[in-house]
Every structure is written in C-alpha cells, then in structure tokens.
Design a protein around this ligand. Structure first.
Ligand code: ADP
Length: 719
C-alpha cells in the first residue's frame, strides 16, 4: 500500500503541474479514483480511472491519458493482474514518448520491468530497468535508483547469478539509514535472508529475516518473512518458534486474503474485464462503422465524381459536336451565300443589261419617230388632199401609238430599275382633276359618255406630293373608263378618308358603266401586255401597259389599287393615298392653244440640235407659228453666239457632239441667267426632269414631240 500511495502522490504532483486540468472532469475522476484506492475500494477506483482515460481520449488530451493509463496499470499491478497491468504501462509509455517529462517516462519503464519480473520474464524486464535507471540517474532520485538496483539484483538471483545478486543487495542495505529507504531495505534484507538460508547459513539467515521483519510495514512481505522464519526454525529444530511463526503466518495470510477480497470482489475483475472487452468491441464497432461510413461516403463521392466526369465529358462532346456541326453548317451557309451572291449578281447584271437595252432601243426609236410624227403633223397642217388626210391620219395614229408604247416601256423600265424619283411639291388636287377632265372632254364626247367629277369639298385645297405621277395614274384610269364605256357614265370620286395632324388620306374611285372585266381577268389585267382579250385589243386598241404602270406608281406612292368589275355592268378602280397638307403653290398658268399662238409670233428662238431631220422638223414647226428660228448644231458654238446675240428662248438638245446640252447650259448660266433654256430630249434611263433642271434648264420637252405640248411649253416661258 505504501508503495502505491507514493505513486499517487507522485502523480498528483504531475497533474498539478498541468493547471489546465484543475476544474474539469479529469480532476473529478482522478480525485474519486484516489479516494477509492485509499478506502481499498479497487472496484470503484478501476471504474473512475477508466472514465478518466475515456474522457482524456475523447478530448485528445495525450498527457492526461498517459497519466491515467499509468494509474490503471498501478491498480492492476496491485491486484496482481500483471498481463493487464503490462498493457496499461506500455500504453502509458507510448503516450509518454510524446511528452518531455522524463519522470513519467522513467516511472512507466520501471513498472513495465516490474510486470515482466512478476511474469518471471527477466530477459524482457532487464532493458526496461536499464532505461528507467538512466532516467532516474539524470533526475538524481536516489531511492528510485536503489529500487531499480534491487530489481536488477533479483534478476541476477533468479538467473542463477547469486553472488552478483548478493553484491547488489549488500550495497543497498549498507546505504545510510533513511525513512524513504525503509521499505526497500526490508525487501533487500528478506532477499539476503533467503539466500543465506539456501546456503544453510541458518543463523545468519534468521538474523537478516528478523531485521527485515522489524523494518517493514508491508503485509505481503511480512507474510513471506514470517513463513521463511518458521521454515528456518523448523530446520534448526526449534519447533516451538517454528510453530509460533507458522501461527503468525496463518494469521497474516488470513488478513491478506481479507484485504484482497475487500479490494476487489471475485466477480469485480471479471466485470472490469467484460467492460474493457465491451469497450474495445464498441470502439471496434464504432471504428468499423466509421470506416464503413467513410467507405460509403467515398463510394458516393466516387459515383458522383464519375457521374460528374461523365456529364462533363458528354457536355464537352456535345459542345464539340455542336461546334463541328455549327462550323460545318456555317461553311455550308457561307458557300450557299456565295452561290446566292453570284446568282444575285448575275440576275442584277441581266436586269441591268435588260434595262439598258430597253433604254437604248427606246431612245434610238424616239429620234426617227420624232421625224415621222413631226412630218405627219406638218403635212396635216399644209392643207393635204382629202384622200391624203386619211393616210396621214393613219400615220399619225400609228406614230402616236408607237410614242405612247415607247414612253410606257421606258416608264416601266424606270420604275423597275428604282430610278423613279418621287416629287414632294404643293399642288391643288381639285384643279388637277378639273384639268384632267378638261383634257379628256373630247374622248367623253366621242363615246357619248356622261363624265362626272365628284370632289369632296372637305379635302384641303393644297396638298404636298407628286402631282405628275398622280395625274398619270388618274389620266390612265379615266382614259380606260372612257374608252371601254359607250353611252354610259364615268364618275371620278375623290373623298377625304382621314384627316390627322398634317396629313390627309384620300380615297379615289374611277367608276364606269362600261363593258366590265371577266372575274378570271381581274388579277391579270395589271400584268404587262395583258389585255382583256384579242377582241378587246382589236376593238379598243391599247398597249396593255397602262394598268401595269398605274399599279406600280400607286405602290411607290404608298397605296394599293383595288378593282371591282362585272361584265356588261361596269368597273370600279379604287385606291387610297396619304398626302401632307401644304400651302398655296406658286401659280404656273399653263398656256392654252388660243394663247400660245399669239405668244409665239415674232419670237427669236435659238435651236441647238445636231440631227438634221430634227432640225428640219423643229424649225418648220416653229416657222409655222411665225417664230424666228436660228439653228446651231453644237454646244460650243452656241455658247459663243449667245455671248454676242440675244434670243427670247433657247431649245437645247441634250445629246450633242462635243459638250452635251447640260454642260452647255451650265456654261451659259454663268453669263446669262435670264434667257429661258428648254431641254429637248428623248429621255433615257439616267435622264430625268430634275436632273436636267439642276443644270439650269427651265423646262423639258420630250421627243417625239406632241405638237400641242411642244408649243404650249415654249409659250409658257416666253414673256
Ligand atoms: P390598254 O392600254 O390595253 O388599255 P391597260 O393596262 O390600261 O392596257 O388595260 C389592260 C386591259 O384591262 C385592257 O385591255 C382591258 O381589257 C382591261 N380594262 C382596263 N380598264 C378597263 C375598264 N375601265 N373597263 C373594262 N376593261 C378595262
């Protein structure tokens, strides 16, 4: 017990040095464990020490765990459970390796040695004692060094080296007297006594044993000493003393058994072992479960990783494929685009070639046509014979037809080549319609038609738009209506459909009670060269281009043409157009036939024209109206002449050798801004009124001339 209490004190010291542990559960368990050891209640001591170990382990307190493992080893050693004690001491030694406390290390080694001694395994014990001795020597703890020495002596003794053992034992007992060494010296004296008894030096043996008995409080050692003395007295035939020591021995033995039983019940150790086993099993189970859990988790992680990798791979693959497909389709699209572009260029080139061809052809036709029309006109004016009048009338009709045809082809060509420009000028709609009615009066009379004009009085007086194109549309439609109606009614309606802010939307209707159009032709009448039927063409004439132009012009002005017709009942052409509301335009009073005759008399006009036939026709036409006419066939000379002479008006052909009419006009305008210059042109694709006016010309007369138009335009520009 004494030895054990020493250990307890020793460990209290160590624990105290770890102030961290003062108030936690470790201190609590440790105190309880110590108290129970003092009370010889080893069962409770075991329980609380185990608790302390578990607690330290759970909280990763290595030093504390080592101390409590050591404590457990000590309890088990006292209970003579050397195998279990050895396990605990070894654990404590391993844990102690991580600490710097040599004292704790030395204690573990020393006790491991003691366990091997108890198990009579001296070979294993020896190195532990050596390790412990070295550490104790460093620590200079004499009593501890001597305790190890005693054990080394015992090893010698049990391995047959009695003499060496004796030398060691003697060195211990000759140590100076000290209370700490009492117990140790008693043990040593007992060893010497038993050796002497072995050699039958009985008296000497008795003397050592008696000394050992006096110096000792250890009940176990006392029991052994008393038994040895009894045996010795028996050997020396002192039966009485032998008996007395035997009696003493039996009493001590009884006491020892009682103490051992008190310390631990028969079942208690079994319970402790069972608890240990269960604990280990539990730990093993937990460990296994944790392993299984972590295996499961890593399995799930692996599966997830594989799934993720698979998804990513599939994604990359699909992206790659997608990319490839896209690149491929992009290439395909590029190729197709190229093909389309080539095809488009071809079509554009073909269409350009077609329009250029048409333009050239019609332009080239105009010049001779001008001669035909001009000469016919002149012949008709020169009092022809009655039979000649019919021929000349036919010639005039054919000439007019061809002129109309060429003009219309040129018009369509221009619209289709997007060369038509839309004018935005103020005009008076009512006046425009009245003028149209006036110009077609004769045709209405020829066919005995009642020609009515119905204009909504709410329509603003002045609108902004393209009056030329609007006239063209309405003229064409009324012309057809009057042509295809006999003894009927032709009504032209203009209504205000909507008035908002600055805009007016007008609804136009050209209604007739004529021959009508069959249902199946309603769509196709707007196609080029489509006439109702061969009979219609024969009977009424026409080019089949009028409605094509009308439809195209309405479309470019932002409207849509509609047609309703019943055969033999009549037709209605309608369309809507939006106009900006404008202010009063500058009045250009066109000159009527009656007026132009007087205006032309004795006027001096310069004709710049290179074509001999045209020169002849134009001069003749002017001469007929008593105009004084001078002719020059190139621009350069005309400029020079104008610098020195004055004319009332200049008629300038556009296509001239050398500088053309436009450049000549531009040059003239540098020194003469007053004399009116009128262009004479067989307008081609790239020529238009605006373009010509931009060079300083005042007006345009197109070839072939329509005499009425020719004279009135000239008269308009004369003072
Ligand atoms: P055309 O110069 O032959 O009149 P259009 O393009 O103006 O050519 O007309 C095409 C055809 O539509 C005409 O030939 C005719 O058959 C038919 N048409 C046009 N307007 C009328 C109408 N008001 N009444 C009956 N038929 C018409």
């Amino acid at each position: 017990m004494k030895c054990f209490f020493f250990s307890v004190l020793f460990f209290t010291g160590i624990l105290a040095s770890h102030s961290k542990v003062t108030a936690d559960s470790l201190t609590y368990y440790y105190t309880l464990s110590n108290q129970n050891i003092k009370d010889d209640n080893y069962r409770n001591a075991l329980f609380f020490t185990q608790k302390a170990i578990q607690f330290a382990k759970k909280n990763n307190k290595n030093i504390e765990q080592a101390l409590h493992e050591f404590n457990l080893g000590k309890i088990l050693y006292d209970l003579k459970k050397y195998d279990d004690a050895l396990v605990s001491f070894l654990k404590s030694a391993t844990l102690n390796n991580t600490t710097i406390s040599n004292k704790a290390k030395a204690e573990s080694y020393y006790h491991i040695g003691l366990c091997y001694m108890a198990k009579e395994n001296y070979k294993e014990a020896s190195p532990y004692f050596n390790k412990a001795e070295n550490l104790y020597k460093d620590l200079k703890t004499t009593n501890k060094i001597l305790e190890v020495k005693l054990q080394k002596g015992l090893i010698n003794r049990f391995t047959g080296k009695t003499q060496e053992a004796m030398t060691i034992f003697k060195s211990i007992i000759y140590m100076p007297e000290s209370s700490i060494l009492e117990d140790l010296k008693a043990k040593t004296l007992y060893q010497i006594g038993t050796i002497e008894s072995q050699y039958n030096r009985n008296n000497l043996a008795i003397a050592y044993l008696k000394k050992a008995l006096n110096a000792n409080n250890n009940i176990e050692l006392k029991t052994s000493i008393v038994l040895a003395l009894s045996t010795l007295y028996d050997k020396t035939l002192d039966k009485n003393l032998a008996y007395q020591y035997l009696k003493q021995y039996l009493k001590l033995k009884e006491e020892l058994t009682f103490l051992n039983n008190k310390r631990l019940g028969v079942d208690d150790y079994a319970k402790f072992k069972e608890a240990e086993r269960l604990k280990e099993q539990n730990q093993f189970k937990i460990q296994k479960e944790e392993e299984l859990k972590s295996k499961k988790i890593s399995k799930i992680i692996s599966i997830l990783a594989i799934a993720l990798i698979t998804i990513l791979s599939l994604l990359s693959l699909s992206l790659y494929k997608n990319n490839k497909i896209r690149t491929k389709s992009n290439q395909l699209l590029k190729d197709k685009n190229k093909e389309l572009e080539i095809a488009k260029n071809k079509v554009e080139k073909a269409s350009q070639a077609r329009s250029e061809f048409l333009s050239t052809v019609s332009h080239e036709l105009r010049t001779p046509l001008n001669a035909i029309n001009g000469i016919t006109h002149l012949l008709l004016e020169e009092d022809p014979k009655k039979n000649q009048i019919d021929y000349l009338s036919s010639l005039k009709f054919s000439g007019d037809y061809l002129t109309k045809f060429i003009n219309e082809i040129l018009e369509i060509n221009k619209i289709e080549s997007n060369k038509t420009e839309i004018e935005e000028i103020p005009f008076n709609l009512k006046q425009l319609l009245i003028n149209i009615k006036q110009s077609l009066k004769e045709l209405a009379i020829v066919n005995n038609n009642d020609f009515k004009l119905d204009v909504d009085y709410t329509i603003p007086d002045f609108l902004i738009g393209d009056p030329t194109k609007l006239s063209q549309i309405i003229l064409n439609l009324i012309n057809n209506a009057l042509k295809f109606t006999k003894n009927g009614v032709v009504n032209v309606v203009a209504k205000l459909n909507n008035l908002e802010d600055k805009y007016a939307t007008l609804h136009f209707e050209i209604i007739d009670t004529g021959i009508g159009i069959p249902a199946e032709k309603l769509e196709s009448v707007f196609d080029s060269f489509s006439q109702g039927s061969i009979e219609v063409n024969r009977k009424y004439g026409g080019t089949g281009l009028g409605l094509t132009i009308v439809k195209k012009l309405i479309t470019i002005l932002g409207g849509e043409i509609h047609l309703k017709s019943t055969v033999n009942k009549g037709s209605t052409f309608s369309f809507q157009l939006k106009f900006e509301i404008g202010k009063k335009p500058i009045d250009i009073v066109s000159t009527s036939k009656q007026n132009y005759e007087s205006k032309l008399i004795n006027k001096k006009i310069l004709l710049v024209e290179d074509n001999k036939i045209n020169q002849m026709i134009t001069t003749k036409m002017l001469f007929n109206k008593k105009v004084i006419c001078e002719v020059i066939d190139n621009g350069e000379e005309a400029i020079e002449l104008l610098k020195i002479s004055k004319f009332d008006l200049i008629l300038m052909d556009v296509h001239l050798p050398g500088i053309n009419g436009t450049i000549a006009t531009e040059t003239i305008r540098k020194f003469d801004n007053i004399t009116p210059i009128i262009a004479l042109t067989a307008i081609s694709l790239d020529e238009n009124r605006e373009m010509l006016l931009s060079f300083g010309m005042n007006d345009v007369i197109t070839k072939p001339f329509i005499p009425e138009v020719f004279y009135s335009i000239i008269a308009d520009h004369l003072k």
